[in-house]
Each structure stands twice: as structure tokens, then as C-alpha cells.
Ligand binder design. Structure first.
Ligand SMILES: Cc1cc2nc3c(=O)[nH]c(=O)nc-3n(C[C@H](O)[C@H](O)[C@H](O)COP(=O)(O)OP(=O)(O)OC[C@H]3O[C@@H](n4cnc5c(N)ncnc54)[C@H](O)[C@@H]3O)c2cc1C
Length: 465
């Protein structure tokens, strides 16, 4: 970075329709802020791109000078991978447009869009695709790493719906990939994260979902969680693909859907999203035990998707880990309830996702996504107020994930922290990892795109290890 001159940066700024922000700029502190307040990075150059040509200009500038590149999509990476301390940030946050082609059932989504941009646009046609459960999350990072959400059992993971993409590769070229044009690169984008370029357009397949779903939460006391979980295990064993459920063990958040008397109480919530006909399949879940609250009913999919946004506000401090596991066996239930009952903050949460269905049936080699066969994913989501004792909250997350480790059958990359190559490699598994390394060597041999769950092109071949 020492070699950058004012002439260099002026030249870059002059080539942009968007903005170049450097540390002396009054907008700098706002521009380097991401969702996780625990992240404090100081990138020397932030390019707020207005269009794909800006992305090309920024990447070409970085490539000519050997500067590593961070790509910021929605800024929701817990590890803060949309920023860097030493390199150039391609900030896509101004590029959020979404258009829908109802004939092709395809959404064209700009690289910096959030799910709250996508859902209303697709729902205007009664269509939807699997998106994140918090609508403020970026489409970019979520899609490239996998994409689990309420519709995954019916529509597959988000990566399974990535049909085409435009991206700027490490040499600054804007390329389009689809099943015909460079299918190997499309395969890599479907799970390999931001390793292969800055994606400026995602072509996402859409499904007929209708404007309303049967959705809401069934909330029980945490004391009742062992019985609730055993019953839930039996119900979901035969669940049709149209039934999406995500559990959440936490202190009840102060959101409008929940009466004030419950705020702060330890609970287990079953978040339900049913997209099938009738509602008979919901009955066994709704009629069990003595729920404190049951909000399930017809509601707009867009509203449902925004329902928990306020529970993980930007600017608080966050740290997480996660584990994929097969089934809610009695020992797993015991471990989950024991650690959830020691939760350290009203902002913390323990979401448990029910995987499988359509997502589980996609052939393993169709995408780079790592752990498709797992039955569930559990996320230990630590969160605290700025200035609070970080170590206490992080210790809870680590103890919890260590206790779940014996039950682990894999890892979801998007729920990793910055944990280094061995964990990333383990998340993909040996065969996928080798294929990803070969692709990385072809499209980004200098590893310019390295602020991600990095696939280092210099990784030794398996034969060498
Ligand atoms: C509150 C919260 C809720 C979440 N819920 C879910 C969920 O329901 N399901 C789920 O699967 N995940 C979920 N996640 C995890 C989420 O998928 C990841 O944090 C993801 O990285 C966020 O993407 P982003 O674009 O917002 O992040 P960023 O911080 O902007 O980027 C994250 C990574 O993706 C890369 N990237 C982003 N956009 C692009 C692009 N256009 N081109 C190339 N690379 C890009 C970045 O370079 C970086 O490496 C959640 C995260 C949070 C914080």
C-alpha cells in the first residue's frame, strides 16, 4: 500500500460513477461499519460501486497493483469478511436492484441486494426463492455460501436456485456463467463463497409460493423444551417438503408479535412456515403441550420474512459457531437444553434448522455446498452490548459448540468465524476442496479475492499432504 500515490487514487476516482472513500474522507467511519459492531477494520480504499463498470475498474486497479480485494455485499458476515485492513474494498451496497422475469421464473438480483429487496419483488408475481430468515442479510454472501431458510425443504438451498451469474473476475473482466458458459465456475459459485470474483448479478430461480403462507411461532417455556423437542422430532420425521420449521431457544425478544409479559422469559419457539394446501400438517405441532403463545395463521410471506429482523440489530457485538447434526437424539436434546439454559444475553439465540426435503435430494456433486446430507444445523449465536464482557459470551458459544462436537456431521461455511483453512477445508470435504482449489488456481491464481472462507490456490495437493 505504501506505493499508492495521490495520482493513482485520483485516476481511480475519476474512472468511477460511484465513489472512492479513503481514511481522510468524512464518510470513512460510516463506510467501514458493518452489521457486527465487534468488527473494527480500516481499509485504505473503499470503492462504493454504482454499476458493474465501477466494479471492473476497481478490480483492475487492484489487480495491477497486487492489492487484495474484499467484496462487501450485505455486510452481514459475522467475521467481517466484507472488509479488510490492507487492500481494496469493492462495496456493492449501492447496487441493490432486483427485476423479475415471470416467464423464465428468474430474478435478476444485483450483487449488493438484501433479501428485503428480493422478497417483495418476487412476491409481486406470487413467486419466491429460498432466502435468509433475517431480511437485512445480503443475498451475495448468503447465496455464494449456501443459503438456508424457511423455503429450503421445498425449493432447495439458495445455491440450488442459482442458475446464472455475472461476475468480475480477478483480471477485471465481466463474465457471464450459466450451465453452458463455464459450468465449472457456476458450480464453484454454488457454495464456494466469494472466492471466484465479485458477483454483480445473481440469476435466481423462482417458485410458485403464493402471496400468503401459514406461518408464525409456537412458543413454549424452556422448562418444557425436552418434551417439546421429543414431540417435534416425531412430527418432523414424516414432514412433507412444504413444512419448514426452525426452532429457536432464547430469552423472548421484545418484538410486536410477542406480548410484553413474555419479554425476557426463557423459551423455545417453533417457527413455522407451511406452503402447502390446508393446514392439517400443522395440527400436531400446534396441539402439543401448553404453549405460551401461538401466532400461526395466514400471513404474507414478505411480512413473515421480516418478522424477526429486530432481534439481531446492527451495531451490537456478535460471535457464533455452528454444527450440523443428524437427528435430535436424546443426548443431543439434553446438550442443547443444558447449554441454552445458560444463555448469556437477551440478544443471544440458538436457532436449530430442519434441513432435508428438496435441499437434501439435490445430488451432492451438483454444487460446491459441503454438508447436504445433515438433518439439522444448530447455530450458537452469541451477542452482547458494546463494552460488555466479550470473553463471557464467547466462552458460552465455544463451550456449547464443543459439547455438540461429538454429534457433528459437518459444518455450514456461512456460519463459520474466521477460523483458518483447516476448518474451511473440513466444511467442504476432501473431494470438493480439491475441485475448488483447481478452480481457484484457474480464475484467481494470485488469491486477490481472499477475504472470505478462503480457498488458497497455494494449498498443497492432497497427494502432497
Ligand atoms: C443476523 C444474521 C442472520 C443470518 N441468517 C442466515 C440464514 O437464514 N441463512 C443463511 O444461510 N445464512 C444466514 N446468515 C449468514 C449469512 O449467510 C452470512 O453471514 C453471509 O456471509 C452474509 O452475506 P452478506 O452479503 O450480507 O455479507 P458480507 O459481509 O457483505 O459478505 C460476506 C462474504 O461474502 C462475500 N460476498 C458478498 N457479496 C458478494 C458478491 N456479490 N460477490 C462476491 N462475494 C460476495 C464477501 O466477499 C464476504 O466474503 C445470517 C447472518 C446474520 C448476521
Amino acid at each position: 500500500m505504501d506505493t499508492l500515490t495521490t495520482g493513482d487514487t485520483d485516476k481511480l476516482a475519476g474512472a468511477l460513477r460511484g465513489e472512492l472513500i479513503t481514511p481522510s474522507d468524512r464518510r470513512y467511519d460510516q463506510a467501514r461499519r458493518v452489521w457486527n459492531g465487534d468488527i473494527d477494520k480500516h481499509p485504505p480504499l473503499i470503492v462504493r460501486c454504482a454499476d458493474p463498470a465501477d466494479v471492473s475498474a476497481a478490480v483492475t486497479f487492484a489487480a495491477e497493483r497486487g492489492l487484495p480485494i474484499a467484496v462487501r455485499g450485505g455486510g452481514h458476515s459475522v467475521a467481517g469478511q466484507g472488509l479488510c485492513d490492507d487492500g481494496l474494498v469493492v462495496d456493492l451496497s449501492r447496487m441493490r436492484a432486483v427485476t423479475v422475469d415471470p416467464e423464465r421464473r428468474l430474478a435478476h438480483v444485483r450483487g449488493g441486494a438484501l433479501w428485503q429487496d428480493v422478497d417483495p419483488a418476487t412476491q409481486a408475481h406470487g413467486l419466491a426463492t429460498t432466502g435468509g430468515i433475517v431480511s437485512e442479510t445480503g443475498v451475495g454472501g448468503l447465496t455464494l455460501g449456501g443459503g438456508i431458510g424457511h423455503l429450503m425443504r421445498r425449493c432447495g438451498f439458495t445455491v440450488d436456485n442459482l442458475a446464472e451469474a455475472d461476475l468480475v473476475t480477478a483480471d477485471g473482466r465481466l463474465v457471464t456463467v450459466d450451465a453452458e458458459k463455464d459450468p465449472e465456475l457456476l458450480w464453484g459459485l454454488r457454495g464456494g463463497g466469494g472466492n471466484f470474483g465479485a458477483v454483480v448479478r445473481f440469476g435466481l430461480r423462482l417458485h410458485e409460493v403464493g402471496a400468503a403462507v401459514q406461518a408464525g411461532m409456537i412458543i413454549h417455556r424452556l422448562d418444557d423444551a425436552p418434551a417439546v423437542l421429543r414431540h417435534y422430532r416425531d412430527v418432523i420425521a414424516d414432514a412433507p417438503d412444504e413444512l419448514g420449521t426452525i426452532l429457536n431457544l432464547r430469552l423472548c425478544p421484545p418484538i410486536p408479535a410477542v406480548p410484553e409479559r413474555l419479554h425476557g422469559s426463557p423459551v423455545i419457539a417453533i417457527n413455522v412456515c407451511w406452503t402447502g394446501a390446508g393446514n392439517a400438517f400443522l395440527r400436531p405441532l400446534r396441539e402439543f403441550g401448553r404453549p405460551l403463545l401461538d401466532t400461526v395463521g395466514p400471513m404474507s410471506y414478505v411480512d413473515f420474512q421480516r418478522g424477526v429482523d429486530k432481534t439481531s440489530p446492527a451495531g451490537k457485538h456478535y460471535y457464533w459457531r455452528s454444527v450440523d447434526f443428524d437427528r435430535l437424539s436424546d443426548p443431543v436434546i439434553e446438550t442443547i437444553v443444558e447449554h441454552a439454559s445458560r444463555i448469556t444475553s437477551p440478544l443471544a439465540a440458538v436457532p436449530v434448522y430442519h434441513l432435508g426435503g428438496a435441499a437434501g435430494r439435490v445430488p451432492a456433486d451438483d454444487t460446491a455446498f459441503g454438508s447436504r446430507e445433515a438433518g439439522h444445523n444448530i447455530n450458537m449465536f452469541g451477542a452482547w452490548e458494546p463494552g460488555d464482557d466479550r470473553d463471557r459470551h464467547v466462552a458460552w458459544v465455544r463451550d456449547f459448540s464443543d459439547a455438540m462436537a461429538p454429534h457433528s456431521v459437518g459444518q455450514y461455511v456461512n456460519f463459520l468465524n474466521d477460523e483458518g483453512t483447516p476448518n474451511v477445508r473440513a466444511a467442504y470435504g476432501r473431494r470438493r476442496w480439491e475441485r475448488l482449489v483447481a478452480l481457484k488456481r484457474r480464475v484467481d491464481p494470485e488469491n486477490l479475492y481472499r477475504f472470505n472462507f478462503n480457498i488458497d490456490p497455494r494449498s498443497p495437493d492432497e497427494g502432497d499432504t
